[in-house]
Write a protein that binds this ligand. Structure first.
Ligand code: N1C
Length: 275
């Protein structure tokens, strides 16, 4: 009577326990695989929807075409070997238009500048343009042998010079500075010893591209706080003056951050009276 073979209850319990453990382990592995697959997909597919959604805020552009021009710069490339030039087709797909007398550059003052430009419509920063706004705050890279975009595991700003994010900001800043015209403003940080730092994009790229045939003046707004350590006589600002083309007039004004904030929240005050 093979089928009805007798098993003691102890053995049966053990057998059930073993089956249960195997099912539980399989279930856990299954859930883990699903979770990993989903996070992986999110990582690789998160950038495009953000890019396209931000791009569509600007009317009259073919955002899919701009995305393709963007992607070709880094997809399938070693993420430490993406040059500024790789973004030339992207800049050509969404070129910067000059906004004479309204262009605003900055260094180490990102927050105060954008608190101001968000509330008051007087100045235009790179982040207010299509390319600056679609990529602001994002990280991306490719991998050799892959056609995907990654948003994690990418080299950091200082890991290697030719990383896709750094090269993008270098290239976009160069193109933005190329069209600077009329009276140009730059907000620099008066709370640091070197407001015009040679390693910044402002010093190493933008100022070098300012051209006196288009630009009349550079007006530095040195943002100060109570703990301010710098004023307009600062040594690094002397270097800035030396860097400028002969024909570009230079001005510098120390302005308290509180005054800029007050101006941001006071829409009646004309922009010209903010400092
Ligand atoms: O290196 P920085 O400043 O001098 O660069 C600022 C300068 C501005 O005038 C902009 O036109 O260069 C342009 N620019 C951006 O618009 C920008 N948006 C976001 C440069 N960098 C930009 N970022 C990020 O800020 C970028 O990823 C990098 O990490 C910082 C550079 O800021 P910084 O050192 O204060």
């Amino acid at each position: 009577m093979e089928h009805g073979e007798y098993r003691p209850p102890e053995k049966r319990r053990k057998r059930r326990c073993a089956i249960f453990s195997v099912v539980a382990v399989l279930l856990i592995i299954f859930i883990l695989v699903i979770v990993l697959a989903l996070t992986y997909r999110q990582n690789t597919e998160k950038l495009k929807p953000t890019f396209i959604a931000r791009c569509e805020e600007f009317k009259g552009y073919d955002c899919e075409k701009i995305w393709s021009a963007f992607e070709q710069a880094y997809v399938g490339q070693d993420p430490c070997n993406v040059s500024m030039g790789a973004y030339d087709p992207l800049i050509a797909a969404a070129p910067f238009r000059p906004a004479c007398n309204r262009m605003m550059f900055w260094s180490k003052t990102k927050k105060v500048v954008h608190d101001f430009t968000e509330k008051r419509d007087c100045f235009l920063t790179l982040e207010d343009t299509l390319l600056g706004s679609v990529l602001d705050g994002l990280t991306w890279c490719g991998k050799e042998g892959s056609s995907k975009t990654f948003t994690t595991g990418c080299p950091g700003w200082t890991d290697c010079n030719n990383n896709p994010v750094r090269s993008f900001w270098n290239r976009a800043s160069a193109a933005f500075a190329d069209v600077a015209c009329g009276d140009v403003t730059a907000m620099l940080n008066g709370s640091i010893i070197t407001p015009f730092s040679p390693t910044s994009i402002f010093a190493s790229i933008e100022v070098k591209r300012f051209n006196s045939t288009r630009m009349r003046s550079l007006n530095v707004v040195l943002v100060t706080q109570e703990s301010t350590v710098t004023n307009c006589t600062n040594a690094s600002l002397k270097d800035l003056q030396k860097e400028l083309d002969e024909g570009i007039k230079y001005n510098c004004k120390e302005v308290a951050e509180s005054q800029i904030q007050e101006c941001s929240s006071n829409p009646e005050k004309p922009c010209g009276a903010c400092w």
